[in-house]
Ligand binder design. Structure first.
Ligand code: MEV
Length: 310
């Protein structure tokens, strides 16, 4: 969006994986939705193309951010703008904050270069940035952010690009996101799981197959407006993630807490591991958010599908 001052603004939403994390790294489907929270980027005219790195980002994080931005700037032909970013997403919680940043930057850079920020072009640039951040991501994070809606995502092994389908919900799909403390970087959690899978391939692949089936069934349940079935699928998915050693005491405790407070389903979301975020699907999450917030639990709500999402 162009302001009268010549500034450009763009938004990259964060994401939640409703079903299918980790399996998606091995070519199975996932169901993921965009959050109403995310990263805003603003570009103003400048002599050269550069990123104004937020003061709080230092050391290795700063270097990574600058090299990821440099790659996006090179792809878009170095438009002469200075880009600043602002996030209302908690970082490193499995909510796709790096993908949201990549998408917001890709959008303003494309616009500054005089190109339309269409989802596919945005996703291609964001993918290059995400590879700097995470090594070999499945692409579900930045694709969901670039699409800014609920999607069924699958990248088959060896495929250059994923198959992406919008999933339409006739009902509002409302979730509560609760934060359960710091976690190891996604790259490490994914790598440890890879090592276990190398050792016990048959068993792990059976579990990934099942996780993929849950994502397929989840997309059908959403489209049929059957949120109770979606909740049950989320519960089963959490059990499978737990059996893959991707949950923790803190994550499990929050999952049980949300179920006890009436969630149709609850599970960890994102890479999981030793901390991160838990999501609960609720008809009405606001009263639960008020109650948990009074207890000092960091949480927020978002609509990830259905009428008036995002
Ligand atoms: C991270 O949000 C989701 C994972 O499946 C990793 C990936 O898809 O690249 C854990």
């Amino acid at each position: 969006m162009v302001e009268q001052t010549g500034a450009l603004n763009a938004f990259g939403p964060g994401k939640v994986i409703l079903l299918g994390e980790h399996g998606v790294v091995y070519g199975r489907p996932a169901l993921a939705g965009a959050l109403s929270w995310g990263v805003s980027a603003r570009a103003v005219p400048s002599r050269r193309c550069r990123l104004l790195v937020p003061g709080a980002v230092r050391g290795a994080g700063r270097k990574l951010l600058l090299s990821a931005f440099a790659r996006a700037a090179a792809i878009t032909g170095q438009p002469p703008v200075a880009v600043s970013v602002e996030s209302d997403l908690p970082p490193s919680m499995g909510l796709g904050s790096s993908a949201a940043l990549a998408v917001a930057c890709a959008k303003v850079l494309l616009e500054a270069a005089g190109r339309k920020p269409m989802p596919r072009a945005v996703a291609e640039i964001a993918e290059v940035m995400e590879k700097e951040f995470h090594g070999t991501p499945s692409g579900v994070d930045h694709t969901t952010s670039a699409q800014a809606r609920l999607i069924h995502f699958r990248r088959r092994p060896g495929a250059r690009s994923p198959t992406v389908r919008a999933v339409h919900s006739p009902r509002p799909l409302k979730i509560l996101v609760a934060l359960v403390g710091q976690r190891s970087p996604t790259r490490r959690t994914v790598q440890r799981l890879r090592e276990r899978r190398e050792r016990w391939r048959g068993r792990y692949d059976r579990l990934f197959d099942e996780i993929g089936r849950l994502a397929d069934e989840g997309a059908r349940a959403v489209e049929a407006g059957d949120l109770e079935a979606l909740g049950d699928l989320m519960n089963v998915n959490h059990g499978l993630l737990s059996s893959l050693q991707l949950s923790s005491g803190g994550l499990d405790e929050m999952v049980y807490r949300l179920r006890g407070l009436g969630a149709l389903g609850a599970k960890l979301t994102g890479a999981g591991g030793d901390g991160g975020a838990v999501i609960g699907l609720f008809w009405e999450p606001e009263p639960v958010m008020a109650r948990l917030s009074r207890e000092g639990i960091r949480c927020f709500t978002s609509q990830v599908g259905g009428p008036r999402a995002l």
